[in-house]
Structures are given as C-alpha cells and as structure tokens.
Design a binder for this molecule. Structure first.
Ligand code: GLU
Length: 472
C-alpha cells in the first residue's frame, strides 16, 4: 500500500467546531495508524467569509489537542504552500488544462441574467441550474469578451445523464446522476478558485490518499470525482462522517444550546484528553467494552470499519463524566495550573490548599470559581437560608457563636467540630447547614471544613460575624 496521507482542511471562516475536531481526530488517527502523514491545509478561497485570526486559531487548537500535523502552513512541507490563496498560480495551470480540453468554459452571464434565469426555472418548478448560455459562445466571442474586460467565471462542464458512483468507506456505494448537478463554478470572477476546484487540485498535488470529512460534503463529491476523471487522476478513498446531534433538541448541535467550538470547551474547563476520549467514541467503537483511551491507544485501535453509520449523539453528561475521570487521574501538582488559571484571584498557597479538597467532585474547571466564590467575596444571602433546615435563629446563633471559639486554633478542625456538635447534642445535618451557609453563603458547597484553612482564621471569623449579624 502506498503512503497513507490524510488531511484536515479548515476554512478560516470561524472557530473550529467540535465536529471538525472529531473529523481531525479520526483523520489523524487513520494516518498515524498506517504510519502515514496528517496534513493541515487552510482553505481560504471564500474571501468574503474570512474571519480575522481564525486560521491561526485553527492551527493552534489542533496542536492544543495533540493532533500534531506533519505538514502545514506554519511548518512547511514538500507539497506547500498549505494556504490556498498562496497557490493561485497553481490553480491557473490546471484550469487552463480544463479550458483547453473543453471541459470547462468561460461564463460571462451577469448576476441579473442568472437571477432571471432562476426565477423562470423556479416558476416552472425546476431545480435551479445554469442553462449553459455561455457554453454556446464561439472562440471569437469569448476572445472579444475577454478583450473588452467583461467579468467572467469559469464553469465546469458536467457530462449529461451519467451515473457517478463512489464507494464511501463508511456508507458504501453512493450514486448520483449528473443531470442533477449544476455546471459548478470553478474560478470565481475575482480569479480565486471555488472550494470544489481547489480541493481537488490540492488533494491530488498533496498526494492525499484518504479524505475523511463531514457528511455535508457528500453532494459535492460527484463534482470532485468528475474533476479527477477530467484530469486523469486517481480518486482518493473517501469517508463521510455522520453529524453530531444534540440530545436536548432536534437537529445538529447549535450555538444556542451550549458550547459548540473546540476552544469553548477548553474555556469551559474540559481537559483536552477527556474531550478527545469523548470524541473518539462519538461515531466509533473499539468493538470491546473499553472506554478510556489515550490518543496513542486510540491510534492503535482505530479502524474505519468501526466508524458508525448512524449520527452520533453529543451527550454532554457523558462528557462531564469523562472529564471528572480524567481530572481524578491527575496528580495535585498536575492539576495546579488548571486551578490557577480558573481561579485567578487565588494565591498559589490557596490553590495548593484547594486542589485536594475540590478535585474529587469537580466536573469541569469553570465550575471552580462559583464553588469557591466565598473565598474572594462576601456572597449575598438571606437570613432564611441559614435556617433552611428549620433551625431557630436562637439555636443558629448559639451554634455559630460556639463554633467561633474553635477557630483560635486551626488544627484538627473536623474532629473538634464533631466534638462540639456531640457535646451540645445538636443535629449534625442542621449544624452543617447553618455553618455551611454562614461560611459560603450557599447551601451547596464543597466540603466546607476542608476549605477553612484556605479561607484562613480571619476570613472564617469574619464570615461568622456577618452571619451572626443577620441573625441578630
Ligand atoms: N474547507 C472545507 C471545510 O471547511 C473542507 C471540506 C473537505 O474536507 O473537503 O469544511
């Protein structure tokens, strides 16, 4: 088998979607499993939709997730440049070849004419399709138009009434009739190729052996296959992954229902390795019960045969579960930088104190700031919250006053608090509700006694005084 080369080809029209990260993961794993190369190419032919900075962010995000490409814009490689707008002279050579062979043609139709044409087709209940008006132009007319400097695009001549068949590695045979395919624009009026033209030229020149991409490109594939044929090139193997569905609403994952961009998940405090592990199983299974995979283990196990044909459900609860597992697999010192990042107000000593206390129940790092908000501010709460378990104000006052006396000394706090409860015959649950709310301003908190050393003696006494004032 010749060298396996896969690629990820993001368009810098926004941030990398979590589905694209999954595509990259599978393309990467497939290349690495086969001792091949994974290439990163920036497809920036749609200049109108460019989003400033998104190409650089794309390169960074793949690296942040450990999907280290072998060739790419910032690395170079034997098949560069790896940014399409830097390859315009290359596309010129190939479009000329198609024009010379009569497999592509100049189209000088104006927007108005195309608009009217579409209206007529729509009224006749036909699928809008270019009517090949310009295919009839004579060489002399074309020459004349070019001389006059009329704006033009170059279209691909799609053969009539042919069946194009390809074997999708995941879905099996897919067929299209060419009568349903428009004479695709290959070069736009600004001289820049469309995605369809550039992707074929580049995948061929970069010797891509396997294209693994999203389902939305299936209907483009027959156009690409025709182009391969026109050039006499071998068609790479192609796999179209299924979409990611959100279980909380119908259809694809959408921004309105939570994070969808890879970077957002990092900002939310998911560990890259947890997210990757979650994505591995979202559309692929190992054929065993194993759920936890390092990237290297995934590469070893990966096979296209085990990719799913059915859409994958993006179950955020499952992601949370993975993240918790991965957090708990890390040592306190490994967790330190994450805690520090997500608790910018905490001193290094406070972070050190908090890691062992909080890591056991932590789902994602962005939950930290809310969980320990009380360390950095006096949380607003009502007196009623202190009395949530039906405690009388008098008893709550007594509990807090007696507790306060304990804090002259911070050693063995847990036992000394339990002794105090026992001695006074208080109900443990009731006591801890009063105490928890007094310290944290909330009924749902991390282990409160364990947090006290981080809050410090002064802070602890100050919180109790605030609570006593509310009860007075
Ligand atoms: N540039 C396309 C995108 O943004 C890549 C499609 C493909 O992989 O062929 O998704």
């Amino acid at each position: 088998m010749s060298t396996v080369r896969t690629r990820m080809a993001p368009s810098p029209t926004g941030d990398i979607h979590i589905g694209s990260l999954r595509t990259a993961l599978y393309a990467y794993a497939f290349a690495k499993k086969n001792n091949g190369q994974f290439i990163l190419r920036i497809e920036d032919t749609d200049q109108k939709r460019l989003v400033e900075g998104s190409a650089d962010r794309a390169l960074k995000i793949f690296k942040d997730f450990g999907l280290i490409y072998d060739e790419g814009p910032d690395l170079g490689g034997d098949y560069g440049p790896y940014i399409q707008t830097q390859r315009l002279d290359i596309y010129q050579i190939y479009i000329k070849e198609l024009l010379d062979k009569g497999l592509a043609y100049y189209c000088f139709c104006t927007e108005e004419r195309l608009g009217e044409m579409r209206e007529v087709q729509k009224a006749a209940h036909k699928v809008p399709k270019y009517d090949r008006h310009c295919l009839k132009l004579t060489p002399a007319e074309i020459k004349e138009n070019l001389k006059k400097g009329l704006p033009y695009v170059i279209r691909m001549k799609i053969p009539d009434n042919e069946t194009i068949v390809f074997n999708d590695l995941i879905r099996g045979q897919i067929k299209f009739n060419t009568n349903d395919i428009d004479d695709q624009v290959l070069i736009k009026s600004n001289g820049i190729p469309t995605y369809h033209f550039a992707v074929v030229v580049d995948d061929h020149l970069m010797q891509i052996s396997h294209i693994i991409r999203a389902e939305e490109w299936i209907s483009s594939t027959p156009k690409h296959i025709i182009l391969y044929r026109y050039f006499g090139w071998d068609v790479p193997e192609i796999a179209h992954l299924t979409v990611l569905l959100d279980p909380t609403h119908s259809g694809k994952m959408s921004k309105r229902h939570g994070s969808v961009f890879a970077q957002q998940f990092l900002d939310d405090g998911y560990l890259p390795e947890a997210l990757l592990n979650f994505l591995m199983l979202l559309g692929w299974n190992p054929g065993t019960d194993q759920e936890l995979f390092t990237l290297q283990e995934f590469i070893n196990e990966f096979s296209v045969e085990h990719l799913h044909k059915k859409s994958a459900i993006f179950d955020r609860k499952k992601l949370d579960y993975f993240n918790g597992l991965y957090i708990r697999q890390k040592s306190d010192s490994e967790l330190f930088p994450y805690f520090k990042k997500f608790l910018p107000l905490a001193s290094p000593e406070q972070v050190e104190g908090l890691v062992p206390v909080l890591k056991d129940r932590l789902v994602k790092f962005s939950d930290l700031s809310e969980a320990v908000k009380f360390l950095f501010e006096d949380v607003e709460y009502d007196k009623e919250l202190l009395l949530k378990k039906g405690t009388s104000p008098e008893l709550a006052t007594e509990m807090l006053q007696k507790s306060k006396e304990l804090f002259s000394d911070f050693t063995d706090l847990q036992n000394r608090i339990m002794d105090l409860i026992r001695k006074n015959n208080w109900n443990t649950g009731e006591y801890f509700m009063v105490f928890r709310v007094a310290i944290c301003g909330s009924a749902f908190t991390p282990p409160v006694v364990d947090c006290l050393p981080v809050l410090g003696q002064e802070g602890t006494i100050r919180k109790i005084d605030i609570a006593l004032k509310k009860l007075a």
